[in-house]
Design a protein around this ligand. Structure first.
Ligand SMILES: Cc1ncc(COP(=O)(O)O)c(C=O)c1O
Length: 435
């Protein structure tokens, strides 16, 4: 059967009459695509669209679906809670269990500071805690890291061209919209560059509350920390009394049970978790060192720590904790990454791949690791990646349409991987022959 998405096209036409840009989230439609694909339901490792097409899903809702779709244990826990209550404006017993688990699992977590519903809110709260603890107001943010949709978070994370970023020594602070609050309290630093960060701390440390970063810069065609970068950053933060915040919204419960901090063995002062922690349900949190988290009041929010999401998070973590869970995910991620390496070699395409826990990444066009955000404009072949994503979609495979960061889920199968590698082989062969 020919691939058709006619119903999605029609729905988008209807949506444009009542939704700005026809969308609720800009991420629901790839920039290169005329309309989004409307999904009807998900099951296991697959999603099914309104036209009856099915897709092996490696996007997994941009990360939350670590267990895949409608995982029985999470669904059962949510269903049980659904018949009791979703919101009671009060803590419940499960909340204490969940907080206890996080404290037991996450290296930096002496305590949970607060639960929220999204990663954006968690980062906003973490920055507030850092300011309350230090009494200082400036924030150092790494160019290219994405921390959410608030004005203070959405700076220098969505440049269209490398020129827009300005001079490396004096980078532009790129705003997302006209009229966005001036990022006067934000200082932009470079990933993997301790000299750059030390210079900032040396000259402005007396005013700096925190540095916030994704320990793996997953929002920029993944950039991995060089050996010693996170360790050096830890030392600099101690030296200049700057709170170190790891935004683990992507890496948390994705790279492994202890997130990036466990994987790289560097403990921040504060860390934020979202996405995978709730197994598809909206819950996030800020955790950290006792002395730091105690400096600020707890968070607030009508929907924060609601019983439904707490039940989902508890059930998700209980599955993730099972022996061998991350080893199995990583073995599948590795199989995919190694398979892509072999295919690219065969077709003479440069590539860098990585597999950590439930994340596998590919950057076409380069066999050198990216160092910072600017590198991905210089080295990554975005056009080739986009062609690959488009071809995969037509053959029933959904990859991340924005960047080469893709996810396995607990329900991904060996057949999913074998089929996907076959399709990638065929598509890359075709792309090369047409060049
Ligand atoms: C690293 C990181 N931090 C924070 C956020 C914001 O999370 P949310 O979309 O749940 O507000 C995202 C979202 O993609 C993210 O990737």
């Amino acid at each position: 059967m020919d691939y058709s998405t006619e119903k999605s096209k029609q729905l988008f036409q209807q949506a444009q009459r009542c939704l700005v840009g026809g969308l609720s989230s800009s991420f629901h439609k790839a920039a290169w695509s005329e309309y989004p694909i409307y999904m009807a339901y998900g099951k296991g490792s697959k999603v099914f669209d309104v036209d009856g097409n099915s897709y092996i899903d490696f996007l997994n809702a941009f990360g939350p679906n670590i267990l895949g779709y409608v995982h029985p244990e999470v669904t059962m826990a949510v269903e049980a809670q659904l018949h009791k209550a979703t919101l009671m404006a009060a803590p419940n017993e499960d909340l204490v269990k969940l907080a206890g688990k996080l404290v037991d699992i996450i290296p930096c977590a002496d305590k949970v500071s607060a639960f929220m519903s999204s990663g954006s809110e968690a980062n906003m709260h973490a920055i507030r805690v850092a300011r309350a603890y230090t009494g200082k107001k400036k924030i150092v943010k790494i160019e290219g890291c994405y921390h959410g949709s608030m004005d203070e978070e959405k700076v220098s994370c969505d440049a269209q061209t490398i020129e827009e970023l300005g001079d490396r020594e004096n980078p532009n602070k790129i705003k997302h919209i006209k009229g966005q609050k001036d990022p006067e309290d934000i200082i932009i630093a470079m990933f993997n560059d301790l000299d750059n960060i030390e210079h900032i701390f040396k000259t402005q440390g007396h005013d700096i509350a925190c540095i916030i970063l994704e320990a793996v810069m997953a929002n920029a065609d993944p950039v991995y920390p060089k050996k010693g970068f996170l360790e050096g950053l830890r030392k600099l933060c101690d030296q200049y009394h700057v709170v170190l915040i790891f935004d683990e919204v992507i890496t948390g419960f994705r790279l492994g049970l202890q997130g990036a901090q466990g994987y790289f063995g560097v403990t921040p002062d504060l860390a934020t978790f979202g996405k995978a922690i709730g197994g598809g349900y909206p819950i996030s949190c800020v955790v950290g060192r006792e002395e730091v988290v105690s400096a600020a009041t707890t968070g607030s929010g009508t929907f924060a720590a609601n019983a439904l999401c707490v039940a989902a998070a508890l059930a998700t973590i209980q599955v993730c904790e099972q022996p061998g869970f991350y080893e199995k995910l990583e073995a599948m991620s590795r199989k995919m990454a190694d398979g892509i390496e072999t295919i690219c070699k065969k077709h003479g395409i440069k590539v860098t791949t990585r597999a950590i826990g439930g994340m596998w990444t590919l950057i076409l066009g380069t066999d050198e690791e990216l160092t910072d955000y600017r590198d991905h404009y210089k080295k990554a072949d975005k056009k080739m990646y986009t062609k690959l994503v488009q071809g995969c979609m037509e053959r029933g495979i959904r990859l991340n349409p924005w960047r080469g960061r893709n996810y396995m889920c607990a329900q991904s199968t060996e057949e999913d991987i074998a089929y996907t590698l076959n399709v990638i082989d065929e598509l890359l062969g075709k792309i090369v022959s047409e060049q």
